[in-house]
Write a protein that binds this ligand. Sequence first.
Ligand code: AMP
Length: 180
Amino acid sequence: MTTHNDDLKALIRTIADYPKPGIMFHDITTLVRDAYGFTQTIRRMADLTAHTKPTVIAGIEARGFVFGAALAQHLGLGFVLVRKKDKLPGKTIGINYALEYGSDRIEIHADAFAADARVLLVDDLIATGGTAAAATSLIRSTGATVAHAVFVIDLPQVGGAMKLRALNVEPLSLLTYDGH
Ligand code: AMP
């Protein structure tokens, strides 16, 4: 769904070979430092996800916090932080997931979600989908429902959106980029 968002795409800076050779890094800092860009991104994320009727927003550390918290505020909803390991002070539950090289872990507070919560998951970008899939499994383990996830950017050729669909999560995104 790229059609109407070329103005936002123009505000995203793509940096070649970061953090390692061969990666095209899509840098959203130039989007959110722009008042028009940030405001429009949140409004359009809200429009794109209106049909999902979430009761709470969950954002993935760290760039998912920027968009997720702003979207929650825009919608008048609460916001839950999905954090990297050992950052949360209370009783946590977590999940390990594989990266291209090695593994990582995300955690939430064990009491973060009501059992009847309908969660909209938010991150800046979906590539392999490993992070969003892990977050989905973790949140679902509390009994909460995750049926939709929204991203500023999808890299469809990397396959993350397909991975989410296989988990019965509908991936929504404002922009797509070719390549990895
Ligand atoms: P993945 O788990 O492969 O879907 O990776 C998603 C996470 O990695 C997101 O939180 C992104 O912020 C980050 N990421 C992966 N690939 C890129 C890229 N090409 N440009 C910017 N961020 C990326």
